[in-house]
Design a protein around this ligand. Structure first.
Ligand code: ADP
Ligand code: MG
Length: 282
């Protein structure tokens, strides 16, 4: 695997971007990589839910982005090392921050931050906001990342999100060398086949894991997931790691053609089947 990696984790709201970014951070840390987990969702600041014990020492990413000059020293000053996970450091918004808390910043500032971040860690994992218009840093991360892990939920809201968003990221600059498409948080009772077909390029399915749901609910995402129950979930995380690694080794290569056009005919098919099923149920 190439030494320095910038990975953007992006997807529809509530698809599991934050929990997956944390689990990938742990997987890289287990491979002795130093990881900077950059939580840039200003709509829902997550640092205090990932490491509540470290919150008192935490300075906001919003403040860092609005400094007159951005330097490596400042970036280090705002980055939160974790005693419990020594290879992982966090940078993100503070509890209570919102999109109006800090001065707005431009694209160049976002590029500078990500460039500096690349020098700081072996792996920079960007936990992006779903709504790119509300978060320039997430949008720029999707443009400059070596790899994008794109999460899709197994539900109609996810279909609608992607139907609306795909045209917005159709530009060539959003085609990254590596794209790992994931169907996320899939419950046993859900029929994922139809969604795999509609999203067409799904490579990995991350199963729903109640242990993980509990971790998220109790702000303990940095605990390890172990035991038989977590086996399938951990296997899927390793599958994502393999895809990131094998595709990244081919760098520099032509950007992978991104299957950015959602098959609207198939979406209509799914909706029609659901509606006709509801008709039968009546
Ligand atoms: N694989 C999973 N198994 C169980 N619960 C999950 C899984 N992925 C996500 N979740 C649940 O979904 C919620 C939203 O996940 P989160 O990562 O915060 O979403 P996002 O960052 O995309 O908004 C979590 O609080 C957790 O309860
Ligand atoms: Mg999140």
């Amino acid at each position: 695997m190439t030494d320095k990696l910038l990975i953007a984790v992006w997807g529809n709201p509530n698809s599991g971007k934050t929990v997956t970014a944390v689990k990938l951070a742990q997987a890289f840390a287990a491979r002795r990589k130093n990881v900077l987990l950059l939580c840039c969702d200003a709509l829902c600041p997550s640092v205090s839910t990932i490491a509540p014990q470290a919150v008192s020492k935490h300075s906001s990413l919003g403040e860092l982005l609005s400094l007159p000059v951005l330097t490596q020293e400042e970036l280090l000053r705002y980055t939160l090392p974790l005693n419990t996970s020594p290879r992982i450091a966090l940078l993100g918004y503070k509890k209570g921050d919102n999109v109006f808390s800090y001065a707005s910043y431009d694209r160049d500032r976002a590029v500078d931050l990500l460039t500096l971040a690349r020098h700081l860690a072996d792996v920079v994992l960007v936990d992006c906001a779903s709504y790119l218009s509300a978060d320039p840093l997430s949008a720029v991360a999707l443009e400059v990342a070596d790899a994008v892990v794109r999460l899709h939920s197994c539900d109609l809201k996810s279909l609608m999100f992607y139907a609306s968003y795909m045209p917005l990221i159709g530009d060539a600059r959003f085609r990254r060398p590596t794209l790992v498409s994931v169907l996320s948080n899939v419950k046993v009772e859900q029929d994922s086949r139809e969604y795999i077909q509609v999203f067409s390029n799904i490579q990995v399915t991350l199963p729903h894991l109640s242990m993980l749901e509990q971790q998220a609910a109790s702000a303990r995402l940095l605990d390890e997931l172990s035991g038989k129950e977590a086996l399938d979930y951990n296997t899927s995380i390793q599958q994502i790691m393999r895809l990131l690694s094998s595709q990244n080794q081919q760098k520099p290569s032509k950007p992978a053609p991104s299957s950015i056009v959602l098959p609207f005919g198939k979406i209509a098919g799914v909706l029609q089947r659901i509606w006709s099923k509801r008709g039968e149920d009546k």
